[in-house]
Write a protein that binds this ligand. Structure first.
Ligand SMILES: [Cu+2]
Length: 451
């Protein structure tokens, strides 16, 4: 992979002074909400805009909370009267902003983006439901930036959009309802091999099925989005929406009956932090051989790193020797935009044109040729050029995209010829999606020139 990525001979870099800017980030205000034996304690007012609510449940019962905004012109008495008649009767009077499910002794955190108005935080697990009225007012920290999410989850009618493999441990999810009606999100641990149809059959059996659902986000209306802190153990999970279909109230089927179930894998990863402080990424624990020396070993100035199922896999690939059956690895390199200008490419060259610099040469030693090239969107929303290369000594899939202002990344999954599996590709995508460039283009250039 490593040699065939490089079309050019001698690499020379002109050092440029590239302007860099750092965006100021305003802190998002945080407030505490506690469910205790004494009831639900929440602030009576909240600032408009982004606000992080830290929930704590010190009671002995679950806290299943929903934040509701009363529609303009609706007062609390009207809401309570409607709820007393029929819980669903309140829906025309409010918009649902989602909420947490916090088990006894646990904590949780949700960042909302609130417009001004009269709100109610309700704990529907209480008998009767506990209610805390909240007024959102003022200008708040209007300039606060939305937090950078580790994972974007999009809910539609009727499905979930998110990567199928996600890292274990603490991460920040942005959950958006891009559908036409309300949705929620619950997680249920499942056995390996369980299908969507199996989960639907378990849900149809009801409580005897043994399927344990852990609510994550309570109902949220169309057009809303929240940030929510997650902390998942490795395993297989089903993501489930249990809400009834309000757009077809005669049938009143649940969203999961209509297909709103997504199976995901939560995988163990380790974090690699570049010693020069230029980048960090999460890589699969299955690939433990870290090779930060790799680009320099190959005569390339770019900072990078290689992971393989053994050192031998990386060494054989670097030497254009056949990679053993079933072996695989992942390589990542960072390239400043100035490199491409130095190569003679115009400043407005397309991503595909830039990516072609790293295409295999004709008649190369690996017998490698491009068999597919397309633009794709990474789970984090970035556009990347994906190239699939088949060779005699190894196959590879690479992704090329702008990872930061004036900095590109080339990441590649290498495998034995014909030995690439869907699981390897999923793991590779997970690794690429986690890449964080933590420096500036200037720092990258300085590191390359040995400063
Ligand atoms: Cu739903």
């Amino acid at each position: 992979m490593w040699k065939l990525l490089i079309r050019m001979g001698l690499v020379t870099i002109v050092l440029l002074i590239l302007a860099s800017t750092t965006l100021g980030q305003t802190d998002i205000p945080a407030v505490a909400v506690t469910l205790s034996a004494n009831g639900l304690a929440a602030p009576g007012t909240l600032p408009k805009g982004l606000v992080t609510v830290n929930f704590e449940n010190t009671s002995e019962a679950p806290f299943i909370g929903v934040l509701l905004r009363l529609n303009d012109g609706v007062d609390l008495e009207q809401l309570f009267a409607a709820v007393a008649e029929d819980p669903l009767g309140m829906l025309p009077l409010v918009s649902l902003r989602g909420g947490p499910a916090i088990m006894p002794g646990q904590t949780g955190s949700i960042t909302y983006n609130l417009d001004a108005g009269q709100y109610v935080l309700a704990n529907f697990a209480g008998e009767p439901p506990q209610i805390a009225p909240i007024i959102v007012e003022g200008t708040g920290a209007a300039s606060a930036d939305a937090p950078a999410a580790d994972l974007n989850v999009v809910m539609v009618d009727f499905g979930y959009g998110l990567p199928l493999t996600i890292p274990a441990g603490e991460s920040l999810w942005r959950i958006e309802n891009a559908g036409e009606q309300w949705h929620e999100l619950a997680l249920a641990p499942i056995e390996p091999g369980t299908t969507v149809e199996d989960v639907q059959a378990l849900l149809a059996q009801g409580e005897e099925s043994g399927l344990q659902q852990l609510p994550v986000l309570m109902p949220m209306d169309a057009g809303e989005a929240v940030h929510l802190t997650m902390n998942l153990q490795p395993g297989r999970y089903a993501i489930i929406c249990n809400l009834p279909d309000l757009l077809n109230p005669d049938a009143m089927r649940s969203h999961h009956e209509l297909g709103m179930i997504q199976l995901i894998t939560v995988a163990d990863t380790l974090t690699y932090t570049d010693p020069a402080g230029i980048f960090a990424l999460d890589y699969p624990a299955a690939l433990a051989a870290v090779r930060p020396d790799l680009p320099r070993t190959l005569g390339l100035p770019f900072p990078g790193v290689g992971f393989g199922d053994s050192d031998a896999t990386i060494d054989l690939s670097a030497a254009s020797q056949p990679v053993p059956e079933g072996s695989w690895g992942i390589g990542v390199m960072f390239i400043p935009a100035a490199f491409f200008t130095q190569m003679g490419l115009p400043a407005d060259a397309s991503l595909s044109d830039l990516a072609m610099v790293f295409a295999p040469e004709p008649n190369n030693a690996e017998g490698a040729e491009v068999i597919g090239m397309s633009e794709i969107t990474l789970p984090n929303g970035t556009t990347a050029v994906q190239r699939i290369v088949a060779g005699v000594t190894e196959d590879n899939v690479s992704l090329f995209y702008e990872v930061a202002d004036g900095v590109y990344v080339l990441a590649a999954l290498l495998s034995s010829p014909g030995g690439r599996t869907d699981a390897m590709v999923e793991t590779f995508m997970l690794t690429v999606n986690s890449i964080e460039f933590t420096a500036t283009a200037d720092t990258l250039m300085a590191a390359m020139s040995g400063e």
